[in-house]
Design a protein around this ligand. Sequence first.
Ligand code: WQD
Length: 394
Amino acid sequence: MTSDQQPLKRVLVTGGAGYIVLSIDNHHNSHNYALDRVSRIALDALPANASKEERDSATVDDHLGDLTKAEDVRKMFEQYGKGGIWGVIHVAAHKAVGESGEIPLVYYQNNVSATVLLLQIMDEYDCTRFVYSSSATVYGIPPHIPIPETSPLKAESCYGRTKIVSEGLYNPVAQPNRWRAISLRYFNPAGAHPSGLIGEDPRGRPGNLLPLLSQMAIGRVKDKVLKVFGNDYPTRDGTCVRDYLHVMDLAAGHLLALDALDPGSIDKQSWASIPALHAAPALKTPAAAERHDVFRDMKPKEGKFRAFNLGTGRGQSVLEIVEAMKKATGKEFLTEVIGRRLGDVPDLTADPALAEKELGFSAPQPLEVMCRDLWNWQSKNPEGYDTKPANGQS
Ligand code: WQD
């Protein structure tokens, strides 16, 4: 039982070793070391008088598994039986906008077919609380900036289309009295845990801007010049604008979404006791205390399904990101403008008002802090999770 005598809830995180408890991950783009370190952070966060069960619950069970294989997913649920897993945070996905255009069927298999299978098996095992990692790329080229959740869903990339289809899967499934589902449309997560213990470490050369700059600065990526994919967009400096939010604020958004699935199910004290989230002021927003039933306005026939933007409302261009990383790392970055990248859109800046009002979410940490924490992680782990630690710990 947790400190407030509520039964512990088991939550499965797919892709748990990627970037952001039970985890199932094929480590296609992640490292199992990450989960050892997540457990270390969670254990360090527990109060000295924590019960054995609370200490056990702080350890993430890492299940190496492939979400496209029914036997792997069913084995996970079978282990805990019907009702044994309270809910799922489904993060696992391929997520590179450009790459998705080159291998679309792999993206549909990994992002859509795997989600269908997961939902089917969740339903079999009475696991009906679902937080889905969606993406701002569902909005394509939106009619208005900043982008509200009511903006039309018409992705410009295969990746974005897999997210639209996946969101649509469980809306019909989310029968009013059985399922509750929340889609979190991530804008651009950035930064790292302030301890420098966990951070972004994609397999191979990073496709995303910030981890690429970080690895160039530490010398892990040998390129001396950043290729800028186009400077002829209708933006303030011609390069694409994105809404970067601190990954710790993004993590807090997931706790707030889990709580919104069954209001009050995660007691506030246990959140406050997790220094891992201390860097995420989202949990300190006053609105967080006055949460209400986010499904209260659903019509009787509608599934209990909501979608929220997780962003800051502040957009930064590619060139502004380069400048911010120059300041954070003290390194120079040469840039060379080349052609546009397939699937890129001019501006993805969130209107974050709905998540702030309904979930009590906020993402106030500025770009400087994201770049500082990213560089702290990279400097302490020059080779990512494969860095040979001085003290022998993984
Ligand atoms: C940012 C900008 C590039 C690399 C990511 C995730 C996606 C989603 C949103 C969660 C773009 C430019 C990049 C380079 C460049 N997150 N760029 N040179 O494409 O917005 O998508 O965040 O769902 O999953 O992939 O992020 O970092 O790839 O690109 O000029 O070498 O930087 O053109 O304008 P993106 P990114």
